[in-house]
Design a protein around this ligand. Structure first.
Ligand SMILES: [Zn+2]
Ligand SMILES: [Zn+2]
Ligand SMILES: [Zn+2]
Ligand SMILES: [Zn+2]
Length: 354
């Protein structure tokens, strides 16, 4: 339903060659006349307008966001981002129905739909703003620019390994490092900083080891899910996120998420955090299900999520685990997620053997 703008703008472009000039006086043409005038208008195109129109044409016809990864199309050419495409297929599987394109209702599946490489590449050429210098950079070059090239990018002092906490804009780095107080530290002071680094490395090592332990469990399952935003109907409405139901380990589940752990008004806070919970939807009678779970970026997501394993023992009285933080590097990353219309991620679940 929300897909109309994208579809109609594609049609305008296609309409032009066919539309006959001979009958321009025909009043019966109604609406298309106006649209055609727009396209034929010889006034030079404002770059921003062009960009907006391209956004409308290249966006996913389901979530209306610009796809960041693979783009699929139905046999009639309607575009779907990989996240929406797999979501539609999974939904249909759960309802035991044939999946269909939300635009034209034709059947969709992995054989009928193809990727659209031209659209994927065209999206990469669209400009986007660097978060540090605000210059307009093609999407496919943004990561390299922000990491290595931008003169305004945030950097750390090279002596952060021995405890310097200085952080700042790249073009001020050289000045700082020249006079960095950590150059004059004694061996004892440096040792203290190295111990902190070791502690952190050990922590990460322990996390990796526990992931390897979990990987040898008998029952493991992963799902690529999509969270959509909703609002509560309280007096002050609150934003929350929810996935569709999915089946894993022989049960039905959903994942819910909320912002700033349900503070009354997250918009008042500068800092943003997302926390999520796993909810068991099936009724289980006797046994409990003890699971470890971890949320990752997955193949269609673009959030920088650190792996953090949580554990909960689900039973008939406790079907919801507490809200756990989604480990994101900072509020900026969280805001990026909130600004997109859906959040794509992968959840891996490991059932603890009895
Ligand atoms: Zn989509
Ligand atoms: Zn279609
Ligand atoms: Zn920049
Ligand atoms: Zn320093």
């Amino acid at each position: 339903m929300a897909s109309q703008p994208a579809v109609s703008s594609v049609e305008i472009v296609q309409e032009v060659p066919n539309s006959s000039v001979e009958d321009d006086t025909n009043v019966d043409l109604g609406e298309p006349v106006k649209k055609r005038c727009k396209v034929d208008d010889p006034t030079p195109l404002n770059e921003e307008q062009l960009e907006q129109r391209l956004n409308g044409i290249l966006c996913c016809s389901v979530c209306l966001d610009l796809p960041t990864a693979v783009v699929y199309q139905c046999i009639n050419g309607h575009l779907m981002c990989a996240g929406c495409f797999t979501h539609l297929l999974a939904d249909a599987r759960l309802k035991d129905e044939t999946a269909s394109c939300p635009n034209c209702r034709c059947e969709i599946n992995k054989n009928l739909c193809s990727r659209n490489l031209a659209v994927e590449k065209a999206i990469g050429e669209l400009p986007t703003d660097c978060q540090y210098c605000m210059r307009s950079i093609p999407k496919n070059m943004l990561e390299r620019h922000e990491k290595h090239l931008c003169m305004d990018r945030m950097t750390k002092c090279q002596y952060h390994r021995i405890g310097c906490t200085w952080q700042g804009i790249f073009h001020k780095l050289a000045d700082h490092e020249e006079g960095c107080s950590h150059l004059k530290k004694t061996g004892v002071e440096v040792l203290k900083a190295l111990e902190d680094i070791d502690r952190q490395a050990n922590e990460e090592m322990r996390m990796l080891r526990s992931i390897f332990d979990l990987l040898s469990f008998e029952k493991i399952t992963y799902h690529d899910l999509q969270m959509k935003p909703y609002r509560t109907d309280d007096f002050i409405t609150r934003l929350y996120y929810e996935t569709g139901r999915f089946s894993a380990l022989g049960q039905q589940w959903v994942i819910k998420a909320r912002i700033n752990d349900d503070q009354r008004n997250p918009t008042m806070m500068w800092e943003r955090k997302i926390s999520y919970q796993l909810v068991l939807k099936s009724k289980i009678s006797s046994n409990s299900i003890d699971v470890h779970f971890v949320v990752l970026k997955g193949p269609f997501g673009n959030a920088k999520i650190k792996p953090l394993i949580y554990r909960f023992d689900f039973n008939s009285d406790k079907s919801e685990c507490p809200y756990n933080y989604l480990p994101l590097p900072d509020s900026n990353e969280c805001n990026k997620l909130l600004s997109s219309k859906t959040i794509n991620f992968r959840v891996i679940m490991f059932q603890v053997p009895k």
